[in-house]
Design a protein around this ligand. Structure first.
Ligand code: NAD
Length: 252
């Protein structure tokens, strides 16, 4: 699918992987709506072609309003990229007792329910656009993590949420096939984004050393490149792609 002269929604679009994807889609000629929380939008760079819209992905009303704004652009809304996400570390049992239930609920709510919320409302708008070749209308790209498959100690909530995102891929692609909407998921390994901002150089070097090849952290623009490839490749559908330099995470 051609990106030029289409509209796109990118959640988490003010930072990290979402920020890089919003920029890449805009550079290809899309009108991008970067959905994010106010605190992230305040810190975001102004990028030509990217309009930031304040919305919490877990809110039906806020996401509907943002989707309506994107669908009201003068070009058809064809791309939805879900990058909004949170990560918290906590074991099922620790010296402080069992895992906090509210924290588990919160991670699932943002990463899984939030992704689903944007996918369902975004898909409704994409389904109303005029069809292209093969009756194609658009594409949804969700973001899981390698933690969906090899979650580490302390990643119980995050892995559960990302396993859910990976698991939605095929049924979502099947559900949306009759509307001409493809659904793909990217499962990144360790990418150098603000999520890693707090870790020291030594820890960062240790993470990079665990990646077989290329032996470094991934870059946000490499995620964005794959997202662009997926939008442009009409036969990619219903699959989870690991983007990880063949990293397989150890227990800790
Ligand atoms: N960086 C990595 O190594 C890595 C690896 C695997 C998966 N991921 C996933 O990639 C996605 C992007 O991560 P990132 O590294 O760019 O992180 P990031 O913290 O730079 O960006 C995440 C963005 O999501 C936004 N967000 C959080 N909760 C939200 C909500 N309720 N509503 C709207 N926006 C919300 C944040 O404000 C932030 O701008 C996440 O889903 C993350 O789990 C990242």
């Amino acid at each position: 699918m051609q990106i030029k002269d289409t509209a796109a929604i990118v959640t988490g679009g003010a930072s990290g992987l979402g920020g890089a994807t919003a920029k890449a889609l805009a550079a290809k000629g899309a009108k991008v709506f970067g959905l994010d929380l106010a605190a992230s939008i305040e810190k975001a760079d102004q990028v030509e072609g990217v309009t930031y819209v304040e919305a919490d992905v877990t809110s039906a009303e806020q996401v509907q309003a943002a989707v309506d704004q994107a669908a009201g652009a003068d070009v058809p809304l064809r791309t939805i990229v879900n990058c909004a996400g949170v990560g918290w570390a906590g074991r099922i049992l620790s010296k402080n007792g069992p895992h906090d239930l509210e924290l588990f609920r919160k991670v699932l709510e943002v990463n899984l329910l939030g992704t689903f919320n944007v996918m369902r409302l975004g898909a409704e708008a994409v389904a109303k656009t005029d069809p292209l070749t093969d009756d194609a209308r658009g594409v949804v790209i969700n973001t899981a993590s390698v933690a969906a498959f090899d979650g580490q100690i302390g990643q119980i909530a995050y892995s559960a949420s990302k396993g859910g995102v990976a698991g939605m891929t095929l049924p979502a692609a099947r559900d949306l096939a009759k509307h001409g909407i493809r659904v793909m998921t990217i499962a990144p390994g360790i990418i150098d984004t603000p999520m890693l901002a707090g870790v020291g150089e030594e820890f960062r070097a240790g993470l990079a050393a665990g990646v077989p090849f290329p032996q470094r952290l991934g870059r946000p623009d490499e995620y964005a490149q794959l997202a662009v490839n997926i939008v442009e490749h009409d036969y990619l559908n219903g699959e989870v792609i690991r983007l990880d330099g063949s990293l397989r995470m150890a227990p800790r």
